[in-house]
Design a protein around this ligand. Sequence first.
Ligand SMILES: C=C1C[C@]23C[C@@]1(O)CC[C@H]2[C@@]12CC[C@H](O)[C@@](C)(C(=O)O1)[C@H]2[C@@H]3C(=O)O
Ligand SMILES: O=C(O)CCC(=O)C(=O)O
Ligand SMILES: [Fe+2]
Length: 336
Amino acid sequence: MVVLSQPAVLDPLSLIKTCKPTSVFTGIPEIDLTDPEAKTLLVKACEEFGFFKLVNHGVPLNFMTRLEEQALNFFTLSQSEKDKVGPPDPFGYGSKTIGPNGDVGWIEYLLLNTNPQINSHKTLAIFRANPEIFRSAVEDYISAMKSVGCEVLELIADGLGIEPRNVLSRLLKDEKSDSYFRLNHYPPCPELQALSGRNLVGFGEHTDPQIISVLRSNTTSGLQICLKDGSWVAVPSDPYSLFIIVGDSLQVMTNGRLRSVKHRVLADTKRSRISMIYFGGPPLSEKIAPLASLMEEGEESLYKEFSWSEYKKSAYKSRLADYRLGLFEKPTSIIQ
Ligand SMILES: C=C1C[C@]23C[C@@]1(O)CC[C@H]2[C@@]12CC[C@H](O)[C@@](C)(C(=O)O1)[C@H]2[C@@H]3C(=O)O
Ligand SMILES: O=C(O)CCC(=O)C(=O)O
Ligand SMILES: [Fe+2]
């Protein structure tokens, strides 16, 4: 008798990495946007962590939960409905794959371009496929996050003592600003926890390539950041607050003073996580280089010259965990 072997079924769980849960970190800097000391505290946080929690930011909870509800409505649609606005190009609906180079995660998401002038075909398709309230919730939310991002960047400029104070925020306000918006959904992963005591990686470790990211999540934790000493710590969730992430471009514009932080997300075993992130980026033609007003006499740029469009092109050839800035660093001469 001939026994035909079963075709090998590719189990997505076997491709996604796992991690041991990490203990919650209580040392995340918390900055009150209305504090007169905010500009100093926020620069310190960006130098030390490249990350901080922003409170008293002025965005009401119900404004954020309005979009969260819309996002949940979308993610509970049938798979075939969601697939109508995928696969991502990079915009659109994606499930389990992140980016074009083989990265996988326990996640589904919508990625959109925020610029109505260069709105991609996929971004428009997402708006057409959803009720009008989805579009208005997304657009209102993006506009609020852009304001917060700009306010933070102006305080950073003040704190660094550079002028004009809109030297960074003008890039997000530019009508050609190449900014993104992302809604992430991490479903719970109970089976794996029961089997191994480990959690699935929802979004693998990476730095954000843009200038600044403004993140908000529901009550489900999962976000982790990498500290200067290389250790990973879990960020307690707080649906009232916003989290600010320094991106690669801000690291370059401050000649390495502010650090772009490595971060990742672990899926929860019991509850789903929804996160919404605004990625504030410059126009495609913008030169990404250390700000002249920040450089000390005789200080040299740590980076070769490049435009945002060149950086993005190179980022989209990389894997999520790659150190993307490496290609643009100048070789350092070691003086013995
Ligand atoms: C694997 C990739 C996904 C990503 C583009 C990239 O090639 C490398 C950077 C990734 C990242 C991380 C931050 C943001 O989520 C994102 C939208 C971005 O701008 O850079 C993603 C990209 C993506 O998912 O398209
Ligand atoms: O979902 C999160 O909390 C973070 C996701 C993230 O880092 C990203 O989308 O770039
Ligand atoms: Fe990120």
